[in-house]
Write a protein that binds this ligand. Structure first.
Ligand code: AMP
Ligand code: ZN
Length: 123
């Protein structure tokens, strides 16, 4: 399968792996958007959040639990952090294998939607 993150899982492409177990792996983002920016991905290929079945609920829960475990181990759990799943075009998804972004190290901005990008309905 021609999937970048499956290739990282299969060790065909190198990554800076910070955690792995039988269900998920986590590695540092190649283009970090915060002082700490890791991605937590399932070993199972799932293209988008829309493709998650009820059978995947425990797996996705484990992804979230892995994020909080990494936060605790790296010592930013009390300062806080941001977790994000992007889905499809409007969500800003660019790699079609689900991944949970874990961002930390500075206060995060909110909201992500920029009002200046909004266009009138008649345009
Ligand atoms: P998204 O835009 O939500 O699909 O996020 C994809 C993320 O994958 C981006 O933050 C990229 O910087 C990151 N990324 C792309 N290629 C790699 C790679 N080879 N190793 C680590 N992170 C990557
Ligand atoms: Zn994949």
């Amino acid at each position: 399968m021609d999937c970048l993150f499956c290739k990282i899982i299969n060790k065909e492409i190198p990554a800076d792996i910070i955690y792995e177990d039988d269900q998920v792996i986590a590695f540092n983002d190649i283009n970090p958007q915060a002082p700490t920016h890791a991605l937590i991905i399932p070993r199972k290929h799932i293209a988008t959040l829309n493709d998650i079945s009820s059978e995947d609920a425990a797996l996705v829960g484990h992804m979230v639990k892995t994020a909080s475990t990494i936060a605790e181990q790296m010592g930013f759990d009390q300062d806080g952090y941001r977790t994000v799943f992007n889905c499809n075009e409007h969500g800003g998804q660019t790699v079609y294998h689900i991944h949970l972004h874990l961002l930390a190290g500075k206060p995060m901005g909110w909201p992500p939607y920029q009002e200046t990008l909004k266009k009138p309905l008649d345009q």
